[in-house]
Ligand binder design. Sequence first.
Ligand code: AMP
Ligand code: MG
Length: 330
Amino acid sequence: MIEDGPTQPGDPRAHLSSPATRSTLRIQNQLLAAAREYLTSAGFTEMLPPVIGPVTDPGGRGSKQVDIDFYGHRYKLMTSAILYKQASLLAFDKIFCIAPNVRLEPLETANTSRHLAEFHQLDVEVAGASREQIIQLVEDLVVHMVQRTIAALPEEFAALGRDVDAFADLVQGMFARTTHAEAVADLHAVGHDQSADAEIDWAGEALLSSKSSRPFFVTDYPKGSRGFYDRESRTEAGVLRNFDLIAPEGFGELCSGSERTNDYAEIITRMRETGENPQKYRWYLELVKEGIPASAGFGIGVERLTRYVAGLDAVWQANAFPKLPGVVSP
Ligand code: AMP
Ligand code: MG
């Protein structure tokens, strides 16, 4: 797709000075400006995310966390801001942050076009929100971000050869919805062997994404597939009140979100079920014990969204200093 772009992520001069990278970074800048505009005018407060802490998000499909020595204590680089997002609701009811995440993804993900070892999330959390309300917010926010960006930067889309007609459904808010169980049945129908009790695998996600012409939400993932903080349905045991947003055209997952577990006993049980040691989460559990708001929220992968909007071959092209799993780079 990008003819004048570099073919290697490890050459910062070629990458940063390439016209394709400049167009991509302008699109990314506009997407983020539009997100700030939308969220701030809807009453959200932007907070600066922590980069290190005693513990971080345990979720993450086989990726490893990075330890740092904090004055003799073992701290982690954030793999996601989830615990801090929930805690931040003690200050404000509606918050967002644009947070860097470091995940040492398995080496085999270096070629998926979708994985970086360092990336950013646009993280949002809302006290008292339901999953349905938060899905609506994702939809409205993404529509606003994409509408603003294609209106502001037609020349950058033209330079990248990205036909903005690809967003005809999106800008009208025509997102589709499916449950995890329905997505599994769709995959079985095309001969893809997808477990009904697990996260949709990379190949399955690519299949579903490729055959869709519009973005779609997958809801109701099974319990074993996600972290302790995605709340379990009170009416359907084993089903989580969560969702992913998947882009069309094969670009895959853009966002994950959920209603959160905020009940102390429930969190301890879920931690044990997911193989987490509650001892590690002391600061978080102390807050939860005294009470944190019920909430729902989500994280949009900034480079993933940029890749989709700009129509790039690979997610690393949407980062100024890309770090692919296992590739030594600045
Ligand atoms: P997760 O907590 O794994 O659902 O991640 C939240 C969002 O961040 C995903 O929906 C993706 O958009 C993005 N994301 C997750 N892992 C990566 C990665 N390794 N590289 C780039 N983006 C990622
Ligand atoms: Mg996810």
